[in-house]
Structures are given as structure tokens and as C-alpha cells.
Design a protein around this ligand. Structure first.
Ligand SMILES: Cc1cc2nc3c(=O)[nH]c(=O)nc-3n(C[C@H](O)[C@H](O)[C@H](O)COP(=O)(O)OP(=O)(O)OC[C@H]3O[C@@H](n4cnc5c(N)ncnc54)[C@H](O)[C@@H]3O)c2cc1C
Ligand code: FES
Length: 291
């Protein structure tokens, strides 16, 4: 069974750089357009000032010079440190400026921040990864980690729900997951097109297609808040212990180190107590709209 303690990040703010407020200069080394509003970037350091290695689930603050700063999760750990991969959805001023950057452009990064997904503690258990839309991005390093240590895990299920076939991100990953016999990969769309032959419906409908021993299963859930709430309900209905369900939360952030209160969630700070939370720690707040 998991406790809040075993999801504490190995890297704490105190142990990390004393210049935690000052973004380190990085440059865009690679850019890949995922779909209409999502772009994946690989950044590399533009100076000796290098961020510490990230863990699955952690995030950096990305600073578009003169525009603003936003929290973005690491979306792959395959590009060797000190390179860093982030996938950004264009939803507003800062994310738009980030998405519009080209190879060679400079960006400021500070981090890494936050609690990681407890991938080590999930070893020797069955795993359910449940992602909604861009929620795939923070979970992608979990998939990479499990694939690297595949023999250490039991059944692995990846349930992915997205808006429509055009909104699918990480196409190459999806294709290889679909043909990987060691992963039960299921995908569904909210709205289909005439050439879509797959599942249609919300991601929670995929739980019945997952293969797992409920008493020995860990679940990692990330997506829109309503999806995570119903995702947790459906997993609990299927017998998964709520103590084994982890959820990654999003809130507006400024400092990312527990000072400003922008990310407050009930008594918790998403930036330092999360973003990855044990479901029981936040379930009462998940039910409150606009919190
Ligand atoms: C820990 C963490 C990890 C994140 N990881 C990713 C990621 O990997 N990829 C990614 O694309 N986004 C991620 N986000 C969300 C991202 O930070 C926001 O989309 C971004 O801050 C929007 O800023 P903006 O200035 O571009 O838009 P704004 O002008 O601030 O907002 C545009 C719209 O988005 C809404 N919005 C703004 N911030 C958030 C938020 N945090 N959550 C929900 N809605 C918001 C606003 O209400 C508004 O409707 C993450 C957020 C957190 C807290
Ligand atoms: S962002 Fe400032 S307290 Fe979390």
C-alpha cells in the first residue's frame, strides 16, 4: 500500500538550485507539431546553467521572455539529460508564445518541481494508466519507464481517451503501443469520424477492457478534472483500492515553490504537495466545483 510519504520527490526545493527564481536559458533544439494546438519541444541548455534531471510527473516553469511563465510537465525522459522534453497545448498568451517558438529560439526554464509518479513503488503490481487528451503528456514518461523495466511489472493497461481522431497526440507512440503485446492499449474518442473503426465514448468505458487483479493494481490518472473524478470512481467500482490511485492536478501557478498561494487547493499546494497526489488526499476537493 502507498502512503503520501513514498511519493515525496527525491529532489526538494531546498536541495535544488539556490537560484530557483531565476530561469536558466535553454534553446529549442527540436520541435514536433502533434496536432492543431499541441507541440512537443526538446530544449537544450544555452549555458553552463543546467537543470537537475527530472522524474516522471515533475514539471518545469517555462518562461517566454517578456510574456510570462507557465508550468509544463516533462513529456519524455528519453532525450538524454541535460536535454528536456515538454509538450505544450496552445490555450493562451504564454503557451501560444511557447508553441510559436522555432528551433534556435531561447526560452527560460526553472525546475524541476513537484511530486513524481511513484513508478518504482508500482513494480511487481498490475498497472492502469488512464489518460485524457493532453493528460497523455505527463504520463508518457511513466509509459517509457515501464517499458524499460517491463519485466518488473505485472499486467500493464493504458487507457487513452481523446476528443476526436484528429486530436490524438504522440501518433508514433500510439502506433507502437497498439502493436506491443506486452501492453493492453485501448483508445477511445468522444466524437468519431466516418473512417474511425475504434471505440467511441468516454475513457472510463475502457476500464472493463483492462486486465488486472484489483487487489494488486496501481493506477495513474491524468486529464481534465471531471475525467479524473469519474476515472477514479470507475477504478474504485472495479475494485482498485483508492490508496493505490494517483492523480495529477493542474492549477495556475506563479512561484512553484509554495510561497505565493496561487496554486492552493484546499489546504494543499499543487506546486509542492503535488502535482501527483494520492487520490484520498484530494478526493474531497475534487468534488468541489471551481476550487
Ligand atoms: C503541474 C502542471 C503541469 C502542466 N503540464 C502541462 C503540460 O504538460 N502541457 C500543457 O499544455 N499544459 C500543462 N499544464 C497547463 C498549463 O500550465 C496551462 O495551460 C498554462 O498555464 C496556460 O497559460 P497561458 O498563459 O497560455 O493561458 P492563460 O491565458 O493563462 O489561460 C488560457 C485558458 O486556459 C485556462 N488555464 C490556464 N491555466 C490553466 C491550468 N493550469 N489548468 C487548467 N486551465 C488553465 C484559463 O482558465 C483560460 O481559459 C500544466 C499545469 C500544471 C499546473
Ligand atoms: S505556485 Fe506559488 S504556492 Fe504554488
Amino acid at each position: 500500500m502507498f502512503t503520501a510519504q513514498n511519493i515525496s520527490p527525491e529532489l526538494t526545493v531546498e536541495e535544488s538550485s539556490s537560484d530557483i527564481w531565476i530561469p536558466s536559458p535553454y534553446v529549442v533544439a527540436d520541435k514536433h507539431v502533434e496536432n492543431d494546438d499541441l507541440v512537443t519541444f526538446v530544449y537544450e541548455p544555452a549555458s553552463e546553467d543546467i537543470l537537475d534531471p527530472m522524474q516522471p510527473g515533475q514539471f518545469n516553469m517555462l518562461y517566454a521572455f517578456g510574456i510570462g511563465e507557465i508550468p509544463i510537465s516533462v513529456s519524455s525522459l528519453i532525450s538524454d539529460h541535460p536535454r528536456i522534453t515538454h509538450t505544450i497545448q496552445n490555450v493562451g498568451a504564454v503557451s501560444k508564445a511557447c508553441c510559436n517558438m522555432r528551433v534556435g529560439d531561447q526560452i527560460g526554464l526553472r525546475g524541476p518541481f513537484g511530486t513524481p509518479w511513484p513508478v518504482e513503488d508500482a513494480k511487481f503490481k498490475d498497472v492502469i494508466i488512464m489518460a485524457g487528451g493532453v493528460g497523455f503528456a505527463p504520463l508518457r514518461p511513466v509509459v517509457e519507464f515501464i517499458e524499460e523495466y517491463r519485466d518488473d511489472y505485472g499486467e500493464v493497461n493504458f487507457l487513452f481517451g481523446t476528443r476526436d481522431p484528429h486530436s490524438i497526440l504522440f501518433h508514433q507512440d500510439v502506433i507502437s503501443l497498439q502493436s506491443d503485446p506486452s501492453v493492453n492499449f485501448q483508445i477511445t474518442v468522444d466524437h468519431s469520424f466516418s473512417n474511425w473503426r475504434g471505440n467511441v465514448g468516454v475513457v472510463t468505458t475502457l476500464v472493463e477492457k483492462a486486465e488486472f487483479d484489483p487487489e494488486n493494481t496501481v493506477a495513474f490518472v491524468c486529464g481534465p478534472e471531471i475525467m479524473m473524478r469519474y476515472g477514479a470512481y470507475s477504478l474504485i467500482d472495479a475494485g482498485v483500492d483508492e490508496e493505490n490511485i494517483f492523480i495529477s492536478m493542474e492549477r495556475n501557478m506563479k512561484c512553484a515553490i509554495g510561497h505565493c498561494g496561487h496554486c492552493q487547493y484546499g489546504p494543499l499546494f499543487v506546486c509542492k504537495d503535488g502535482p501527483v497526489f494520492l487520490y484520498p488526499a484530494i478526493k474531497n476537493y475534487l468534488n468541489i466545483r471551481e476550487l
